[in-house]
Design a protein around this ligand. Structure first.
Ligand code: KG4
Ligand code: ZN
Length: 389
């Protein structure tokens, strides 16, 4: 069959996801079973619980994806699955299921790097909208709860095989992790990104002087390869650091005696589980000082992402920019990156909100060039929790 139907499966973290995508460009279905509310009680993902939930969800989620796409297993050209990076036990659920399925169906198995998947979420949607392809090389900012990476990505003319060069990464926390930790510290819900996103516009981003210097002094300067960088990396490296700002927020909270208001906010949220970041009443949970702190935190984090992304784009002569991962859903990040890209006349693309966070359509989309190249996984594919791109 030449239709290029790929079933994608993703289980690297706290979402069990399956999707059917045609030719890397049209999502026929995209099903995500989120465990968010389960892990919310713990303020973070609990690996053992995640594996158990994936086991519970994988069969119904795949069935749902197949039935919504209105295709049968026999119609598939391949099954693609996330190999890593992620939680070992969680990854194994998807991998074991995909292996069994392809073995039974006698269809090819394709392994996909989760980070490559995030990049292809954007490429898939550009094709879906029949837009002209983004000009290469493209600079991809993959920014989520577990990752903050910059990649220079390209493929040779006529070849479907993409290559990725890591040109930046966080030296400590991921950006989404900083959002989550600061939100938790301020008594807001989990995951923290959407709460801070919703509250920040009500505060003054210049109220608390988290100057860029506060986080910058921890980040190695471009040109100095840090020890966490991949060995094969040459040239400048545009690293991020987000743990300094987190500590600065903690210090601010302590020196400004904000503990009581934080505890009462935590209690108010616990008492009313219907409150979401989108609720009207949500700003009433915060006094102006807290709103200013939230706005200032976000201003510094987005500034850090913006500065390094455009510095890298310029240093490597990128012809377009792709932003993906959970934090790519952030309103302020989108606004500021779009504005600077427009000023520089550089095309920039973001995924739709649904494809910003973890999903399996992006895994099936990233597998499409591999199907063309007949780049298949072996039968002994295992989970690679620290897989690099
Ligand atoms: O890509 P993702 O779903 O999972 C990982 O691979 O980590 O990203 C989840 C992360 C969380 O840290 C969450 O707080 C963050 O993305 N996030 C946001 C927003 N929506 C989700 N951060 C900032 N603003 C948002 N609107
Ligand atoms: Zn992700």
């Amino acid at each position: 069959s030449k239709t290029g139907l790929i079933l994608g499966i993703e289980s690297s973290c706290d979402e069990t996801a399956a999707a059917v995508v045609r030719a890397g460009s049209e999502a026929l279905s995209n099903v995500v079973a989120s465990q968010m509310s389960l892990h919310a009680n713990y303020g973070g993902v609990v690996p053992e619980l995640a594996s158990r939930e994936h086991l519970r969800n994988i069969v119904p989620v795949v069935r749902e994806a197949m039935s919504r796409a209105n295709v049968t297993f026999a119609d598939l050209d391949a099954v693609a699955v996330t190999e890593g990076p992620g939680l070992a036990g969680a990854l194994l659920v998807g991998i074991t299921y995909a292996k069994a399925l392809t073995l039974g169906l006698d269809k090819p198995l394709i392994s996909v790097n989760h980070l490559e998947g995030h990049i292809h979420a954007v490429l898939m949607e550009t094709r879906e909208r029949s837009e002209s392809p983004l000009e290469l090389p493209l600079l991809a900012l993959v920014v989520s709860g577990g990752h903050t990476h910059l990649y220079l990505a390209t493929h040779q003319q006529g070849s479907e095989t993409w290559t990725y060069r890591n040109v930046g990464r966080t030296v400590d926390d991921a950006a989404g992790e900083a959002y989550d930790k600061v939100a938790k510290l301020l008594g807001l819900g989990y995951p923290g990104g959407p709460w801070i996103d919703a509250l920040a516009p009500h505060g003054n981003p210049r109220a608390v002087p988290f100057t860029f210097a506060e986080i910058k002094h921890r980040a190695p300067r471009p040109g100095i390869t840090n020890k966490k960088a991949p060995a094969n990396t040459e040239g400048p490296h545009f690293d991020f650091s987000f743990s300094g700002i987190k500590t600065a927020v903690l210090r601010y909270v302590e020196t400004h005696n904000m503990r009581d208001t934080i505890e009462s906010r935590r209690a108010a949220l616990a008492a009313d589980p219907t409150l979401t970041p989108k609720s009207e009443a949500v700003t009433k949970l915060c006094d102006q000082q807290t709103l200013d702190l939230i706005a200032s935190f976000q201003y510094a984090v987005v500034g850090n992402l913006q500065r390094q992304t455009f510095a890298a784009a310029e240093a490597f002569g990128a012809h377009s920019i792709v932003v993906s991962g959970g934090v790519a859903a952030n309103t302020e990040l989108r606004r500021r990156l779009q504005a600077e890209a427009d000023r520089r006349n550089l095309p920039i693309a973001f995924p739709s909100l649904a494809l910003s966070t973890d999903n399996a359509a992006m895994i099936a989309a990233a597998a499409w060039p591999k199907l063309i190249a007949q780049n298949f996984a072996s039968e002994d594919l295992g989970a690679t929790p620290q897989l690099r791109l």
